[in-house]
Design a protein around this ligand. Structure first.
Ligand SMILES: Cc1cn([C@H]2C[C@H](O)[C@@H](COP(=O)(O)OP(=O)(O)O[C@H]3O[C@H](C)C(=O)[C@H](O)[C@H]3O)O2)c(=O)[nH]c1=O
Length: 169
C-alpha cells in the first residue's frame, strides 16, 4: 500500500498494489506495515450498501474517548468521501475540509480522529467497506450538517438524499 496524496498532512489517499491473473485480482486491503497503520487497531468494520445515487451519509463523528480514525474503501460503485476537521474551536469561520472521489477498490482513504466523515454516492448500488479503530458508542455520536457554511467541500450534488438524523445536525 502506498500514499498517493495527502491533505493537511494527515488525511491520506492510498493505493493498494494488486496482483491480477486469469482468475481476477488480488489486493491487500489492509497492511499493518503501512506507516499510516502502524498504531491502528481495527475495532470495527462496516459494510454499507446504498441503493440510490446522490445519497449522502454524514457528516458524523464520535466525541472524546470514542473518537474514531476511519479507513474507507468503495468496493462497488463510486463515492465522494468527505472529511471535516472538528477538533478546533466551534467558533471557527471555516473548517479544514475536503473530499476524495473513490471509484476503484484499489484505492482507499484514511481519515484520522478529530474529523467528521461522510460520503455522497455517485452511482446507484454503491458499496462502501470501512474500518474504525473505536467501538460504536451511540451516546457519543455527533455530527455537522453536510452543507454547513464553514465546510469547504464541493459536493457533486446540492440536493442529496439524507436520513432524518443527517438533516438535523
Ligand atoms: C455507525 C454505526 C451504526 N449502527 C447502526 C445505527 C443505525 O441503526 C444504523 C445506521 O446508522 P447510521 O444511520 O448512523 O449509518 P450511516 O448514516 O451510514 O452513518 C455511518 O456512515 C458515516 C459515513 C459515518 O462516518 C459513520 O461511521 C456512520 O455514522 O446502524 C451500528 O449498529 N453500528 C455502527 O457502528
Amino acid at each position: 500500500m502506498k500514499i498517493i496524496n495527502s491533505y493537511f498532512e494527515e488525511v491520506h489517499h492510498i493505493e493498494s498494489h494488486f496482483f491480477s491473473d486469469t482468475r481476477g485480482v488480488f489486493l491487500k486491503a489492509f497492511d499493518k506495515n503501512t506507516s499510516v497503520f502502524k498504531d491502528y487497531v481495527i475495532q470495527q468494520s462496516n459494510y454499507v450498501h446504498t441503493k440510490e445515487k446522490y445519497t449522502l451519509r454524514g457528516m458524523h463523528f464520535q466525541k472524546e474517548e470514542f473518537a474514531e480514525a476511519k479507513f474507507f474503501r468503495v468496493v462497488q460503485g463510486k463515492a465522494q468521501i468527505g472529511f471535516v476537521d472538528v477538533s478546533g474551536s466551534k467558533e471557527s469561520e471555516s473548517l479544514k475540509s475536503g473530499s476524495i472521489v473513490l471509484n476503484n477498490p484499489k484505492e482507499s482513504v484514511f481519515i484520522p480522529k478529530g474529523y467528521a466523515t461522510g460520503y455522497l454516492t455517485l452511482e446507484p448500488d454503491t458499496v462502501v467497506l470501512y474500518f474504525s479503530d473505536n467501538i460504536y458508542q451511540p451516546d457519543s455520536e455527533s455530527g455537522i450538517l453536510w452543507n454547513d457554511s464553514r465546510i469547504n467541500i464541493s459536493w457533486e450534488s446540492q440536493s442529496p438524499i439524507l436520513s432524518q438524523k443527517d438533516k438535523l445536525w
